[in-house]
Design a protein around this ligand. Sequence first.
Ligand code: DX5
Ligand code: ZN
Length: 214
Amino acid sequence: MKVSPSLLSANFANLLPDLEMINNSECDYLHLDVMDGVFVPNISFGFPVMKAVSKVCTKPLDVHLMIVEPQNWISQVADLGAEYMVFHQEACTHIHRTVQAIHAAGMKAGISLCPATPINTLEDIIEDLDQVLLMSVNPGFGGQPFIPHAVKKVNQLRRLIDESGSKALINVDGGVNAETGALLAAAGADILVAGSYVFGAEDPEAAIHSLKVL
Ligand code: DX5
Ligand code: ZN
């Protein structure tokens, strides 16, 4: 399993030790949650903070934009050297155009779906995607309980990806721990995002390891 710890649950008053932990750990990416107070009822951090983080973090960045008009921020995300730019299907009218523009900026493109957005809305874009980020909580906050219906959506998405020949990886975000992670792994997830489970753990590297082995 690939693991993408979410910085949202790190210590914002002292990020350096948390970033060093990330760099030394077995994780595959660092997940950065950008919120605008419009698409979601919360505001997290923005580009100046992510720029500073990008200079210290040695893991590829998995940038999850929970913002309206994500197409306006492609060059800023590319400037971070991000591997993935992931935006919400519900926040963008011209998804196809935005995916092409993300690719033209040299990044991999991902689309995120809120818990009540059906998988079949991806049918006409799946072949162009590098990642689908399924939300297993309502976006906006860390530490929320896992919505079990997400497991069924991972199954459906696995089928859609395999049938279409898409190279998209299935990423799941929200309420992930070793227990829910095992259900998602069995359903066909490729990447797990985990915030509070990793940064709230007494031994964050061990928490990352417990997801890596799924
Ligand atoms: C929520 C964010 C998540 C969040 C997950 O809107 O997209 O990435 O950090 O936090 P946990 O793992 O604590 O549910
Ligand atoms: Zn996220």
